[in-house]
Design a protein around this ligand. Structure first.
Ligand SMILES: O=C(O)c1cc(=O)[nH]c(=O)n1[C@@H]1O[C@H](COP(=O)(O)O)[C@@H](O)[C@H]1O
Length: 246
């Protein structure tokens, strides 16, 4: 039987935003035994490549490959095929690429499964509006009118129509997304800041406990753990807070 600590840990995704595999390995060693999800983003992946995904899988972790694909449908289909063959559990595309591009990502994953039936279908999610984007930036720089919630829900609806499994959004939009797209449509929420920690470049933030209370499926945490004096303690405190909010 999984403990409630382990269940909460399973909904924590750690952003391995490091320049080298050595630094990422140090954190993984610090966190040994905590069954969290590992998120591999562009900084580490562009430096070390697919071998690090294989290493994480060998160590027993679930892997979210966060490369935020955004290109013409044919190219995204090929990218999705490659990352599915790599064996990632989750990957993302930008919803701004549109319906056909998102459907092509799903198609690419399906063609990989046809060529190798031992593979499992990854969870494919779409980035709505980055959690570093404010209402003002959305309207005045990006040029999308309306509220942030409307923009995020519109992208989520498009991702659902394309057949994707969920979205990346801020925890502030989880309830609106679930209301519009259904409870089973997954929400993956970065922009998590425990009370008292620096927001940095994040704009639409909530604490781990508040994010869980909004009903999110997974929270993504980077710097509050990776830059902490004691990363294991920081991760444990976050998991305790998630557990209590449950
Ligand atoms: O797709 C993502 O993971 C993502 C989307 C988004 O809107 N905002 C966002 O912060 N992220 C990622 O989530 C992580 C958040 O890291 P911290 O801000 O350090 O906790 C980073 O790896 C980001 O690349």
């Amino acid at each position: 039987m999984m403990s409630t600590f382990e269940q909460a840990a399973g909904r924590l995704m750690i952003a391995l935003d490091y320049p080298t595999a050595e630094e990422a390995r140090k954190l993984i060693t610090d966190l040994e035994g905590i069954p969290c999800y590992m998120k591999l983003g562009m900084q580490l992946y562009y430096a070390v490549g697919p071998d690090f995904v294989r290493e994480l899988k060998k160590r027993g972790y679930r892997v979210f490959l966060d490369l935020k694909m955004h290109d013409i449908p044919n190219t995204v289909k090929g990218g999705a095929n490659s990352v599915t063959r790599l064996g990632v559990d989750m990957f993302n595309v930008h919803a701004a690429g549109g319906l056909k591009m998102m459907a092509a990502a799903l198609e690419g994953a399906k063609t990989a499964l046809e060529s190798d039936p031992s593979l499992a279908m990854p969870t494919i999610i779409a980035v709505t509006q980055l959690t570093s984007t404010s209402q003002e930036t959305l309207n005045q720089e990006i040029g999308i009118p309306g509220t942030m919630e409307e923009a995020v829900v519109a992208y989520a609806a498009l991702a659902k129509a394309a057949g994707l499994h969920g979205v990346v959004a801020s925890p502030l939009e989880v309830q609106a997304i679930k209301k519009h797209c259904g409870e089973s449509f997954k929400t993956i929420t970065p922009g998590i800041r425990p009370a008292g920690s620096a927001a940095g470049d994040q704009f639409r933030t909530l604490t781990p406990g508040d994010a869980m209370r909004q009903g999110t499926d997974f929270i993504v945490v980077g710097r509050p753990i990776t830059q902490a004096q004691d990363p294991r303690r920081a991760a444990e405190l976050i998991i305790e807070e998630m557990k209590e909010a449950w």
